[in-house]
Ligand binder design. Sequence first.
Ligand SMILES: C[C@H](O)CC(=O)C(=O)O
Ligand SMILES: [Mn+2]
Length: 338
Amino acid sequence: MKRDLHILDVTLRDGSHSMKHAFTEEQVRQVAKGLDQAGVEYFEVSHGDGLGGSSLQYGLSNVNELKLIEAAAEEAKRAKISVLLLPGIGIQEDLENAVKAGAKMVRVATHVTEADVAKQHIQLGRHLGLKTVGFLMMAHMAPVEKLVEQAKLFESYGAEMIYVTDSAGALLPHEVKERIQALKQSISVDIGFHGHNNLSLAMANTMAAVEAGATYIDGSLRCLGAGSGNTQTEVMVAVFDRLNYKTGVDLYPIMDVANHVVAKFMPRPQEITGSSLIMGYSGVYSSFLLFTEDAAKKFGVDERDILVELGRMRAVGGQEDLIYDVARELANRKHSVI
Ligand SMILES: C[C@H](O)CC(=O)C(=O)O
Ligand SMILES: [Mn+2]
């Protein structure tokens, strides 16, 4: 079928953050089967921080991600499996193994100002015959011109699509629109958008992205993802159907996998809590949420104070250890005042 809009579901990758990287093979099989039967074209499977992310710094996976990719590939009769790769966290061999396990797409993710570290990974993706995507994270942290410059770099390396990634759920709809519009005028490859719901704007931002020309959009079932989670896949299906876009995804089956499969194993509902709201407000990487909760408990400080400080410091993905430094520093200050 000809789709006007391509939905990429990230439940089994971004959702890994909320699951503390503890997906079981059976959970992955059930979600993969449900997504496939509902008509989802692409879905992503890997550690939350991408291939090779299982580590003390990012959180250890319970089950090896290659095993999960393989299981998902067995269930996916029509859907194609994507993997995320952050250069340095994942290496060439990880991507080659992911392809052997069944991956058909790679999204090479860098901080919004760092696309130049990804040249060899984009080239490798193309060489391996994958649909190869450049994924610019923390898009709120760079002015529009910088984002365009970095997208052009990705395109020059061979990326077939560029994503604007609102990792902190910090962008407002007009800011999404100006970013996508600027890319539309400057690059000739497809444009995608990945949102987080920390300010309750994920759906509005996804609509703004589509209105401005994005044709690939990310979502997760029941919003399962970092921070307050992602744009809700089953809601996107309903909204874009109302707007007369063809996504190729059937509403009842996608609702069924969300509500009868994912909802049953979610550790908690994806709500906008005090902390995730502050992530959107201060522009902090959504996957810092659970580490921040842990650090706040360990050092007896307010999670929101940690997040405001991290936002002020412009902390980026990969600096998870800073969360504990900031919490310790806040605790020291508190005790020296008393
Ligand atoms: C590694 C991150 O979780 C990638 C992502 O989904 C984002 O930046 O948002
Ligand atoms: Mn994300």
